[in-house]
Design a protein. Structure first.
Length: 56
């Protein structure tokens, strides 16, 4: 399966060149909402706000 034939990761429809890697703005927005709503996570220990403040 090549990159141009991979389906939209949200709904599995064919990708749109305009919204790649998604098929539409709706799927792109659904993906963004997943990130904002903690639907996705990057593996690792939780960040301590005090440690982040020390790095600034």
């Amino acid at each position: 399966m090549t990159a141009s034939t991979r389906p939209c990761p949200i709904c599995k429809k064919p990708r749109s060149e305009e919204f790649s890697p998604f098929c539409s703005s709706r799927c792109r927005d659904r993906d963004l909402a997943q990130w904002f709503g903690d639907g996705y996570a990057v593996p690792g220990p939780p960040a301590d706000p005090e440690d982040i403040a020390k790095e600034s």
